[in-house]
Design a protein around this ligand. Sequence first.
Ligand SMILES: [Zn+2]
Length: 113
Amino acid sequence: MTSFNFSAIDCRSCGNLVWDGLNSSGMPIKLDMGRLNLKDEIVKLLLGGRTYQIHRTAISFEATPRIGARMKAADPIVLALHQCYPMTVFSEQAPDYWDRQLRQITTSEEVPF
Ligand SMILES: [Zn+2]
């Protein structure tokens, strides 16, 4: 059921909530939910991680790899390729980066800046 539109699933390996979909080359990938600022992204890249810029679609979003020349976009929404990590109890709800749905988050939501 994987498509270019990402959907929230539980990672089968680590149990965390992640985005599951296809990258622009049609490869299945998973993305972490937390939005990265430029500094976070640089750290990720230095540690050998991969980052993707996401693009809004009617029902979800699509993702394209962040590579050199494309990193100039203004205010991009950047997510990291998921790397399994110990299961967390918070962020059980998938964020909507464009505020398109009713927000039901009552506890403090982490904003990276
Ligand atoms: Zn995982």
